[in-house]
Design a protein around this ligand. Structure first.
Ligand SMILES: [Zn+2]
Length: 307
């Protein structure tokens, strides 16, 4: 396994952790640093920083050969009027063709927007949710090299932070008929190691998905925990409606949500790439990839829920 040093600019803490990491992990961290850079100005929906982040993601997709559905990678999202922001945002949607195209579809999602700039401070949202977007890119590259059985749609949602506007727009005007979407796997905050575990949420609603996720977890390099998806939990601990998977859930589409517990930098300006432990992040991305593979193999057997 090749070993390289990370580029300069990293904090000393990160430099220590990443003095020698493999090429795949270094690429993850490089992409995380790019999408969570100050130049993206916190990626708030409807801002120039958001447009820059969008252009960066589209460029990554184009380079790797992931194709748009239709003429464009972007689908407009109407935003609430807000001072300093445009009223149009956009989801980014691409498709990886399965070997048995035409059947059930898996939607793999993350949101690329974050909180923007507040009082002169850039909220970079490295964990929330540049980490999910970069994970999607890494998974997409591997799926392109070794195609899945079923079509996989990559959805990079806009405006999650302002009411999950992008994912609601996606299910209202889906790129394929909704009844073809068998499963949503949503990644939102998958990089921070503070809680020492990645959570898989949704199997209480869809028990048939649990053995699929358990199979993927068997070789995981990070601790995988199940839960945060029952009504008996205290407010905020049931994550059923906490991110873009909610739009799918309300339409009766089964979901699995991957995320970490809130941490000290959650929705703070300190949510930066240099706070991420590369080994933990690599582990969560590897698990997400294994989960996509396991779900792809069983997609036809996932029953529809009642909306
Ligand atoms: Zn988020």
């Amino acid at each position: 396994m090749a070993v390289i040093a990370l580029a300069c600019g990293a904090s000393s803490a990160q430099a220590q952790r990443t003095a020698a990491i493999d090429v795949t992990t270094a690429r993850l961290m490089q992409r995380l640093g790019a999408l969570a850079a100050d130049s993206m100005e916190g990626r708030r929906a409807g801002t120039p920083g958001s447009a820059r982040a969008r252009a960066w993601i589209v460029s990554e997709l184009t380079t790797m050969g992931a194709k748009p559905i239709g003429p464009s990678y972007t689908a407009p999202v109407i935003l609430r009027a807000r001072a300093g922001s445009d009223t149009t945002g956009a989801n980014i949607v691409a498709r990886i063709a399965g070997t048995q195209a035409g059947g059930p579809v898996l939607v793999l999602s993350a949101h690329y927007d974050h909180l923007g700039v507040r009082n002169g401070e850039v909220f970079n949202g490295a964990d929330d949710d540049a980490s999910g977007c970069v994970a999607l890119l890494a998974i997409a590259e591997r799926l392109l090299r070794e195609p899945p059985q079923h079509d996989v749609i990559l959805a990079f949602f806009d405006a999650e932070e302002s009411g999950m506007v992008g994912s609601k727009a996606f299910v209202s005007a889906p790129p394929v008929p909704l009844d073809r979407i068998a499963l949503n796997i949503n990644l939102d905050m998958v990089a921070r190691q503070d809680g020492r575990a990645l959570w898989v949420s949704g199997t209480s609603h869809h028990p048939v998905l649990k053995p699929i996720a358990e199979a993927a977890a068997r070789n995981a390099a990070v601790t995988i925990r199940f839960g945060h998806d029952t009504k008996d939990l205290k407010p905020g601990d049931d994550w059923t409606a906490s991110s873009d998977h909610a739009a799918f859930h309300t339409r009766g589409i089964p979901f699995l949500y991957l995320g970490v517990e809130d941490h000290a930098d959650y929705h703070k300006s300190g949510d930066d790439a240099d706070k991420v432990d590369p080994a933990f992040y690599r582990g969560t991305v590897e698990f997400a990839y294994a989960l996509v593979r396991a779900a792809d193999g069983r997609l036809a057997s996932v029953p529809r829920a009642k909306p």
